[in-house]
Every structure is written in structure tokens, then in C-alpha cells.
Design a protein around this ligand. Structure first.
Ligand code: ADP
Ligand code: MG
Length: 593
């Protein structure tokens, strides 16, 4: 193992004189506590090391030992249901944002293994070796995980253990590799965090990740395997939205990264998640969740590494043929860690003080989101959703503007909407979804063949509303022509009935695609009927006064996913109430222009 001696210490960054070869990105151990670090620069006789733990107390002269391999994490059955720090070391409890210095070991545990291979079989890299089931763990529900050969190990099976209970690092199977050497495989294996795990191929995605949030699924869908950014100023609802997505989306596995947010904000997640029930299975949500927490009081360099750890964990579950959603809160804090560490290296700051490689690092991260065919031949995906906290809510700052280049869905949280307590405070005109048209066939298969047309119609209404409201502020709403007052009426109903959705309403915190489709059709029909009434000479104010208006506005909160017949009843009631308005009338004041 190579050795270096510390010469200079600048916070989390060490400069050391080397006495042997080191490679870039090699993991190192520093001092008697064996603090974990990584080689980030190599000069002739000097290395620069970023240390992931508290460096107070280190002195020049301290020894640095090379690991001979890149910074890696252990991937295995121990991950689900647990809370880790930014380097994937177990955090013991919610109040202990604390890991013993130098701790490296993953959670030890025993699982039941059932082999799916026999001696003599030829195993390709990443192939399935067997199944793993929990025994008395939080995953005792029988949720099975797959035991995979690491993506870099293929060969002929020389031996394999029978079904039984084993430790996660016990050798289960011996492979003879192509070059004649042997390799032992266990339930878990190590993987370097900065290296994307290989796949057979990337596949274009034409299904959305179903989020259960109407404004997202209906107007700004993200692909399964896609990437979305959630920029928003303080208190606009980023964390509440990410949590709602963790609870309500149709992902099989949730990886929740709390990155650099204050401890008390993270405490909400840490306290709440273990108490949540999975709406799909009725079992604890934690059974399919991994939480990675690097709060603002934890070492800053570990925050830089935490997003790579999180996405590596997500890829590991993807490789088991699962659909994974990764929520990162917040990528701005990650970028700030990058900036702080870069400053310690003495690098020249660029835009906003961030290093020039901010953009390429963001790209490296978001690029790892994908729908893929795995090495084992299954379909799996990682969808990434990253919150951004731009200082003073300014979306032109570097992290937001660079992130925009790499994401397909942009969910902009708006301070004004949040102040008006209109939640989720996603601004329908600042947000976008580049892939939306690709999901029309998926929605047609859900019984909503009109989805794309209705989406377009809603967006047009919302756009017209913004322009008309500007006008109304100048000349007064009553001075607008009837046609425009009707547009405002319809847009307000779309906002109120469809876009507004409380994360805290038991009925409405998640909305199924079937209910969304029924609500979209109902509102589309309302717009048709209202236009027909207008054409028949009815004033918009008369339309606004129809009896079922209140029921329409409140249908999200009132009618649950399993009560779709009630939505059909509401639709018939609306038709009945409109019927008298559709007869041509001589009503006084029926002129419109
Ligand atoms: P941020 O993470 O952007 O700073 P939060 O997610 O913590 O903001 O949200 C701030 C507050 O706004 C929450 O405590 C909650 O009261 C309210 N809020 C945000 N989103 C919603 C929502 N979807 N439904 C109801 N209330 C919400
Ligand atoms: Mg927050």
C-alpha cells in the first residue's frame, strides 16, 4: 500500500508528500483514526486528498495510506429499510447524525439465500445468482431481492452453496473467470461510486413515472427513467413535494437523499418515513426505501460524494429489474459543497464562485438516470428528481441554469403561489416537460386517449389567463369582453379543481391515473359546455353560478380514487344543469362581444 505524509491541512483538504504511487480517485485512510478520504489531485511528488470526515486534530506528519482502489460502497440486501450517511455508513438513530470516525463496515446481517444457478453454468457479468429474502429484518414481508453477479464478473460456476441462511459477505459461489483465475461471489459486492454501473443498453422511455400529483402527471410528466428538476425558493414546498413523490409515485424502490439541508428539516424525513405505510402494499414504506442523509452539520466533502453514493445505490436496485426513484434534496447544497472544497484546492472560481466543472459534474449525475435493459436482461430504471434552492429564488443562477440543460422536466415552484397557499406551488407557465408527447399512447392505454389534447387545452387556458389577468389589472375584470371573462372562469376552475392538490388530504395526496383521466375529461367537457352556453348568449357570470360549481372545484378532495362512479354522477349533474343554458334565450343582457 502506498504511503504519503501530510504537509498542509486546509479544512477537509490535505496536501501530502507521497512516497509511493497513488492513482486519481483512489480511496485513502488518514491518520490513526483511519479517516476516509479520496485522492483528488496528483502532482509530481505531492497528492491532494479530500477527507470525508472531520479533520480537526490532524497534524502535519500524519500518515496517509492508499487503498489501491477507488472510493467504493458495499451494495447488498442490507440497504433497504435503513438510514445511512453520505458515504453509506449506517446512522444509528434519528438524533445521531454521527458515525464513528473511520467506520467503514456496512451493516452486518444474515439473509436467506436460494441459488438459481448450478455448477457448470456459464454466468455472464451481472447475471442472477439467486434470490435473497429477509429473516426477521424490516424486510421480513418476504420482499425478495435478487443476488447478482457484480457487473465486472462473469465465468463458469465451480461451486455454489445450497439454499440456507448466510451472512451478506459470505462467499456463496465460486466462479472460474476467462483467464483461469477464481472469484468468490457473495450477496453483497463493492462498487466504485463515481463509475456508472454498466447495462446492456439504454432504452427510450415512453411511459411516465406516475407521481400521483395531477399537475405533474397531467401537465408536466417525467419519463420513467427520466430526470426532473424542482427549483424553488425557501418555503415554496420542495421538500413536501419530494416526500409526496416518495410516498405516492409508482416506483418500486425509493432512494431519498437529504443533502446539506439543516438537521431539523431532515429530522422531519427521518422521523416521518419510518412511520409511513405504503399505500400500495399496506406495509411499512421503509421496506422499499433507502435514506441517505448528509445534513449541514456533517463534513462538507462527504456531501460532495453523497449524490454519487445515492445514484449508485439506485442503479444497484435498477439492475435487479426494479424501477427506482431517486429524490435529491437539495442539489444546490451539493453544489455549494463542491464550491467550498474547490476553494480549498485553491482553484480559480467561475460563475457564482462555483468551479468551472460544475456543469459537467451535474451532467455526470443526471446522465445516470435511464430506462435500461439490465445485464441480466430485465427492464429497470432510475428516475432522478433533484430539488434546487436558488438563492433568493433567482432561476438564472448557475446551478438552476446548468441543471436545465440536462433535465427534461422542469417543475418550477413559485413564491407567489406558495404565499397564496396554492399547493403544490408549481408554476404552470414556468414549468415544462419536453417528453410529454411521447406519453400519449400510455395515457390512451389508461383510457384517456384525449390526454394530449386536453393537456394542450389546459395549458392554453392557463397561458391566456396570465395575459388576461394583466389586462384586467389595467382596465378592470368587468370591462373584459364575455369571451375573455369565460376564459378566466375556465382557467380558474382548472387551477382550483385540477392543479390544486393538498399533500395533507387523506383522499387527495395521491391521485390515481384513472381518477386524473376522469377529472381531465370532466373539466374538458365543462369548457365545451361553457363555450356552447356562451354561444347561446349566456353571460359567464351565469355559468359561474351553476349549482355544481362548488362540487366541481372540490372534487379532488371529495371523491377518492375508488369512487369513480361519483365522478360520473357529477358529470351527469353538470350536463343536466347546463341543459337549460344551451337553449337560445332572449334573456336580458345576453349580449356578448
Ligand atoms: P422548501 O423545502 O421549499 O423550503 P417545504 O417543502 O418545507 O419548503 O414547504 C414549506 C411549507 O409549505 C410546508 O411546511 C407546508 O406547510 C407547506 N406546503 C408545501 N407544499 C405543500 C403541499 N403540497 N400541500 C400542502 N402544504 C404544503
Ligand atoms: Mg426543504
Amino acid at each position: 500500500m502506498s504511503l504519503a505524509v501530510v504537509r498542509r491541512i486546509a479544512g477537509p483538504v490535505l496536501h501530502a508528500a507521497r512516497q509511493g504511487p497513488f492513482s486519481l480517485r483512489e480511496a485513502v485512510r488518514v491518520g490513526p483514526q483511519a479517516l476516509l478520504g479520496e485522492v483528488v489531485r496528483i502532482h509530481d511528488d505531492r497528492i491532494v486528498v479530500q477527507v470525508y470526515e472531520d479533520t480537526t486534530g490532524l497534524r502535519p506528519g500524519t500518515e496517509v495510506h492508499g487503498d489501491g482502489q477507488p472510493l467504493s460502497i458495499r451494495l447488498g440486501p442490507h440497504l433497504l429499510g435503513r438510514i445511512f450517511d453520505g458515504l453509506l455508513r449506517p446512522l444509528s438513530g434519528t438524533d445521531s447524525a454521527f458515525v464513528e470516525p473511520g467506520l467503514r463496515a456496512a451493516v452486518a446481517g444474515r439473509w436467506r439465500f436460494e441459488p438459481a444457478i448450478a455448477v457448470g453454468a456459464r454466468l455472464s457479468p451481472g447475471a442472477v445468482i439467486g434470490e435473497i429474502a429477509g429473516i426477521g429484518h424490516s424486510d421480513a414481508s418476504g420482499r425478495r431481492q435478487r443476488c447478482l453477479a457484480p457487473p465486472d464478473a462473469g465465468g463458469v460456476v465451480e461451486s455454489v452453496l445450497p439454499a440456507g441462511i448466510y451472512a451478506d459477505d459470505a462467499p456463496l459461489c465460486v466462479l472460474r473467470l476467462g483467464d483461469g483465475t477464481r472469484r468468490e461471489l457473495a450477496m453483497s459486492h463493492a462498487w466504485p461510486v463515481r463509475q456508472p454501473r454498466p447495462v446492456s443498453r439504454r432504452v427510450p422511455s415512453n411511459a411516465p413515472l406516475v407521481t400521483g400529483q395531477r399537475i405533474l402527471d397531467g401537465l408536466f410528466p417525467v419519463a420513467q427513467g427520466g430526470k426532473a428538476a424542482i427549483p424553488g425558493g425557501f418555503g415554496t414546498g420542495k421538500t413536501v413535494l419530494l416526500e409526496a413523490l416518495a410516498k405516492g409515485s409508482n416506483a418500486d424502490v425509493i432512494v431519498y437523499l437529504g443533502c446539506g439541508e439543516r438537521g431539523n428539516e431532515m429530522a422531519g424525513v427521518l422521523d416521518e418515513f419510518p412511520t409511513l405505510t405504503d399505500p400500495r402494499s399496506g406495509r411499512p414504506l421503509m421496506e422499499r426505501t433507502v435514506i441517505i442523509a448528509n445534513t449541514s452539520n456533517m463534513p462538507v466533502a462527504a456531501r460532495e460524494a453523497s449524490i454519487y453514493c445515492a445514484i449508485t445505490v439506485a442503479e444497484y436496485f435498477r439492475d435487479q429489474g426494479l424501477h427506482v426513484a431517486l429524490m435529491a434534496d437539495s442539489t444546490s447544497r451539493w453544489a455549494e459543497a463542491l464550491r467550498e472544497v474547490s476553494g480549498r484546492f485553491g482553484e480559480l472560481p467561475g460563475e457564482g464562485g462555483y468551479p468551472a466543472y460544475l456543469s459537467s459534474r451535474l451532467a455526470d449525475f443526471y446522465e445516470r438516470a435511464a430506462l435500461v435493459e439490465t445485464l441480466a436482461g430485465d427492464s429497470g430504471s432510475v428516475t432522478v428528481m433533484g430539488a434546487i434552492s436558488p438563492p433568493s429564488g433567482d432561476f438564472s443562477e448557475p446551478v438552476t441554469s446548468h441543471t436545465k440543460r440536462y433535465v427534461k422536466a422542469f417543475w418550477a415552484l413559485d413564491v407567489k403561489r406558495a404565499q397564496a397557499r396554492f399547493y403544490p406551488a408549481i408554476h404552470p407557465l414556468q414549468s415544462y416537460a419536453e417528453d410529454a408527447a411521447a406519453f400519449a399512447p400510455w395515457w390512451a392505454a389508461q383510457g384517456n386517449g384525449q390526454w394530449l389534447a386536453l393537456r394542450q387545452r389546459f395549458l392554453t387556458l392557463l397561458d391566456e389567463q396570465a395575459q388576461l389577468e394583466r389586462m384586467a389589472r389595467i382596465i378592470g375584470k368587468d370591462a373584459l369582453p364575455a369571451r375573455q371573462r369565460l376564459t378566466l372562469l375556465c382557467a380558474e376552475l382548472v387551477n382550483e379543481a385540477f392543479l390544486r392538490q393538498s399533500a395533507f388530504s387523506p383522499i387527495d395526496r395521491v391521485c390515481s391515473p384513472a381518477r386524473q383521466a376522469a377529472m381531465m375529461r370532466l373539466l374538458g367537457r365543462f369548457v365545451d359546455l361553457a363555450e356552447a352556453a356562451l354561444a347561446a348568449g349566456v353571460e359567464p357570470e351565469r355559468i359561474a353560478a351553476i349549482e355544481c360549481m362548488r362540487a366541481l372545484q372540490r372534487m379532488g378532495e371529495d371523491i377518492a380514487d375508488d369512487e369513480l362512479p361519483r365522478l360520473a354522477e357529477l358529470a351527469s349533474r353538470m350536463e343536466r344543469e347546463f341543459a337549460p343554458l344551451l337553449q337560445p334565450t332572449e334573456a336580458p343582457g345576453a349580449s356578448h362581444g
